[in-house]
Design a protein around this ligand. Sequence first.
Ligand code: CP3
Length: 347
Amino acid sequence: MAGSTQVPILLRAARGEAVNRPPVWMMRQAGRYMKAYRDLRQKYPSFRERSENPDIAIEISMQPFRAFAPDGVILFSDILTPLPGIGIDFDIVESKGPIIDPPIRSLEQVEKLRPLVPDESTPFIRPILETLSKEVSDRATVLGFVGAPWTLAAYAIEGKSSKDYATIKGMAFSNPDLLHQFLGKIADAIAVYARHQIDCGAQVVQLFDSWAGQLTPQDYETFALPYQQKVVQQVKETHPDTPLILYISGSAGVLERMGKSGVDIVSVDWTVDMAEARQRLGNLGVQGNIDPGVLFGSQDFIRDRIFDTVRKAGNRGHILNLGHGILPKTPEENAAFFFETAKGMRY
Ligand code: CP3
């Protein structure tokens, strides 16, 4: 077995090695657009149960792998999953999204937070990642993921998804010391969590700072970038060879600054032309960036958009992905076509 093991294509591309086609996976590739997922969701209506019971989480992670054989398999979980381990409870409520009650608003609450001990507070992560590694073996790359401090703080402070981020921005601009203390504690916990995922089998880790695109570039440099850097530095200290990816929704305004986080690959959303992203990012790897809405078009249209993006990204250090998560109403056959097309390409 050991002698026949090959390094999977996504991991090679993530390391900047030459490959003969773009590796491909999709953000949210397990989820509501798949009938198999919707059926399982009926049986297990609680998101926390689906993501924290290893058998169910493994089954959900494997659904898209069995259906489409993507080059990456991401564990089924959420960016909020480690928060209860530091003392912040959450739930995910149908049609509302994440709810954190009570939200974090005071110094007393921040001081009470605990350091993260992953095998104690998230004991399901180890069996999920170890089993996925065994199941996919060298047929795909196992991806771990974490939320970045700004985005996790936004949920914890707002208490739910927000359109304007008024509460966290209010704290940033009237009580920055409190927010910095909170962000520092989250960064330490998230670095521990990312290292743990790697120790359990994750070969690449993606950092989601989904809502950092809501910041002015100046505030990004104060409240998002330093804490991305803190996580990246701590992970690279112990795991220098594990490629890290950073995703932000609304990356256009901060693309070069994303590169300063220290990650190996910048995940670009669809508002940026891939050729321009390449120019702006220099030698860094890129991921993306098909508009998830493209998967509602005809297959000819989907193929044209994939070819265009792949040509613009060039033949080194590109992982094909969407510019954000696949939308719940996407036809499954178009998702299948997306993967097939990418896997049939040759540079
Ligand atoms: O990519 C994958 O397949 C792994 C699974 C994954 C989930 N959440 C499962 C999930 C990943 C990578 C995430 C990350 C995540 N979670 C992010 C960053 C990515 C992004 O979208 O920007 C964010 C901001 C969250 C927070 C979150 N969790 C929201 C806003 C929601 C509700 C969204 C919605 O569409 O309802 C969730 C719930 C959630 N996490 C779902 C899934 C599949 C949907 C709930 C369900 O299926 O019942």
